[in-house]
Design a protein around this ligand. Structure first.
Ligand code: FA5
Length: 332
């Protein structure tokens, strides 16, 4: 009996060695380890064995079962990572040569990119960067900017008030005031940021948009400095061929005041579009921050960043910037 057991082991071991793919391995499992397999059949030898042989045969059968199961599993994992398994059409469990899936990279929104480019261009002209809060009080959004109580710009319908005296800032000019309140001239800063107005949405208007403010305060600053700075900026940013103009305008916090316009495409036509306002800082603003208006002079400007991005990249509708369509955004 024990000889037969040994024969069975040799035969099974030899067959397992010859197994070359997953299908043959499964046939082996059925033949030896399956419910109707040879090992199961060998169990019946026990009843014909003599009393003395029975314990040895029982132990031998159990040991063989364990041995064949372990050998089967070892062969199974060998075949899993070998070409033999590939030949069976099932492929290896892990193919380290397979090209991986490239992770999708995020990117800065086009407005963030343009803000960084603007900061860089103005930095080359000697402007530092300043920041201020989006939630403002009336002093910084209106009072210190020479916008009196009864001015139409303070109408609650034209602003996002959060309580009686606080609102989401409508312009980055608030940062001019904050900087002058705690800095002595000379000052040369740009201040980028988000602003909010309940404007009706169309191709060039949004209720949340970005501005970049500029402020230069020193002795003997003139309108020529302002004009030179803005025209130089426009040509550096949009190219020498860009058509820009300064048009007389009015702001309570600058005197004289102007608008900077640029020719650009909106919808299907090229036309003058206002990029921002500018002017010489009004003496009333200097007084509000404690500067002597007889000593200090300055210019300020506030440009719309969305319109700058639209002109730079030929985007003819501001709303595309905020629809979050990845197919659009990933072009930049
Ligand atoms: C101002 O906000 C002034 N604070 C600018 C200024 C600063 C003047 C310093 C003088 C000195 P205005 O309201 O015109 O000005 O807005 C400036 C620019 O913001 C506009 O020319 C335009 O480019 C952009 N803008 C205004 N409203 C919107 C809007 N609803 N959507 C998108 N851009 C807008």
């Amino acid at each position: 009996m024990l000889d037969r057991l040994e024969q069975l082991e040799q035969q099974a071991t030899a067959e397992l060695k010859a197994v070359g793919d997953a299908d043959a391995l499964e046939q082996f499992r059925i033949r030896y380890l399956g419910a109707k397999g040879q090992l199961k059949a060998a169990m019946s030898w026990l009843k014909d064995a003599s009393k003395e042989d029975k314990p040895k045969l029982g132990q031998g059968l159990n040991a063989l079962k364990k041995k064949l199961e372990a050998a089967f599993e070892a062969r199974q994992s060998e075949l899993g990572s070998s070409a033999g398994a590939k030949a069976s059409g099932r492929g290896p469990m892990l193919d380290v040569t397979e090209p991986g899936l490239a992770p999708t990279m995020g990117r800065a929104h086009v407005i963030e990119q343009v803000m960084a480019q603007l900061i860089e261009v103005f930095a080359r002209m000697g402007f530092d960067v300043a920041e201020g809060p989006e939630l403002e009080d009336e002093r910084h959004n209106f009072v210190a900017l020479n916008i009196p109580m009864q001015h139409p710009a303070r109408d609650p319908l034209d602003n996002f008030y959060v309580d009686d005296s606080h609102l989401l800032r409508t312009q980055t000019s608030t940062i001019q005031i904050r900087v002058m309140e705690h800095t002595q001239p000379p000052i040369r800063i740009v201040a980028p940021g988000r602003v909010y107005r309940p404007d009706t949405h169309d191709a060039t208007h949004s209720s949340m948009f970005h501005q970049i403010e500029g402020l230069y305060v020193d002795r003997k600053v003139s309108m020529v400095d302002l004009k030179t700075t803005l025209i130089n900026f426009a040509h550096a940013f949009f190219g020498e061929e860009a058509e820009v103009r300064l048009r007389p305008s009015y702001f309570p916090f600058t005197e004289p005041s102007a608008e900077l316009d640029i020719k650009m495409q909106v919808k299907d036509t090229w036309d003058w579009v206002e990029l921002g306002g500018c002017g010489m800082v009004d003496p009333a603003v200097f007084e509000a921050v404690g500067y002597d208006p007889d000593e200090w002079t300055g210019f300020a400007f506030g440009l719309g960043v969305e319109r700058i991005a639209m002109r730079r990249y030929g985007i003819s509708d501001i709303r595309w910037l905020y629809e979050n369509d990845v197919r659009f955004l990933k072009q930049f």
